[in-house]
Design a protein around this ligand. Structure first.
Ligand SMILES: [Ca+2]
Ligand SMILES: [Ca+2]
Ligand SMILES: [Ca+2]
Ligand SMILES: [Ca+2]
Length: 300
């Protein structure tokens, strides 16, 4: 689990790190490659893989007793020449991330019957990470809680296409139980939506990755700063990424999803919205200028 938590460090933080390292002349740092160029290569690599490989979809369709509900990828060749390629089964989504347009591919092997998380909710998952066409570099031993704001972009945005199970429960000894209706899938991630120029055990810089995952549980409308506004709604520029300057309304280097006073007017966000008895939220706009009070420094 260490790898996946290697968060895309807040962009704000990156600038600070970059400006603090110049007095250390013993370390030579290779500047990262151009994101657009790398993405072109990643797309060629991912498409080549998705067009020449399939997964055990027939086993998922048959649902026979004894099937372990694990995704297995294989090459389309020989006795498997007639299989349907992954490329025609994946969900294709485009994202703008760090000024680059990226394409992400998600396979939904079994959708799941429960709650569907957003890209920014808390989830309880099993996962395995491989380099595309290569070896495993990371996996969970037992299911883990992941706040999707703290994992690589591609992982969070692939997982949001699944639904959790419906029969999750936590036992007195801390173990958990779940029925067999949780979501099962995989996401194929260009390096720019994974670790980009970062490297670690089992993967090198600019590796495209595939994660397979089981989504046991999801918490709707996770609210990391507990200000009443769910994480997903604090994505001001709507690119499914929260750790960036564009999502820091008051410019205090704390992105909105972690800032209890989003507009920095001295009144807590929680006191500038109305949480109704049924749990829904009214975003009051007192001066009718189209900006809700909690994001409007002119209203406090
Ligand atoms: Ca919030
Ligand atoms: Ca954003
Ligand atoms: Ca802020
Ligand atoms: Ca405020």
């Amino acid at each position: 689990m260490n790898m996946i938590r290697n968060v895309i460090v807040a962009v704000l933080g990156l600038f600070i790190l970059a400006s603090c390292s110049k007095d250390d002349d013993s370390v030579e740092v290779t500047p990262p490659r151009d994101r657009g160029e790398v993405e072109v290569e990643s797309q060629a690599n991912l498409k080549a893989y998705l067009n020449t490989h399939f997964y055990n979809y027939e086993e998922f369709e048959a649902k026979e007793d004894g099937f372990n509900y694990k995704i297995v990828f294989d090459t389309i060749s020989g006795v498997n020449s007639d299989k349907t390629p992954l490329m025609s089964q994946v969900i294709t989504e485009k994202f703008t991330y760090l000024d680059t347009e990226y394409t992400l591919y998600t396979l939904v092997a079994r959708e799941g019957a429960g709650i569907q998380p957003t890209f920014a909710d808390s989830t309880f998952v099993n996962y395995q990470g491989n380099v595309v066409g290569g070896d495993k570099f990371d996996s969970s031993v037992t299911p883990l809680w992941f706040d999707l704001t703290q994992v690589v972009f591609g992982f969070a945005n692939g997982l949001k296409n699944l639904k959790a199970g419906t029969q999750f429960s936590q036992n007195a000894d801390g173990s958990v139980s779940f029925g067999n209706d949780y979501g099962i899938g995989a996401v194929f991630i260009p390096s720019g939506l994974a670790y980009f120029n970062g490297s670690g055990t089992g993967y090198s810089a600019y590796s495209d990755l595939v994660f397979t995952f089981d989504l046991y549980r999801a918490v709707e409308d996770t609210d990391d700063d507990n200000d009443g506004v769910p994480n997903w709604k604090e994505d001001i520029n709507g690119n499914n990424f929260l750790n960036e300057i564009e999502d820091d309304s008051d410019g205090d280097n704390i992105p909105d999803y972690l800032d209890t006073d989003d507009d920095g007017d001295g009144t807590l966000t929680r006191d500038e919205i109305v949480i109704n008895a049924d749990g829904t939220i009214t975003y009051t706009d007192s001066n009718n200028d189209g900006t809700p009070d909690y994001l409007d420094p002119d209203v406090n």
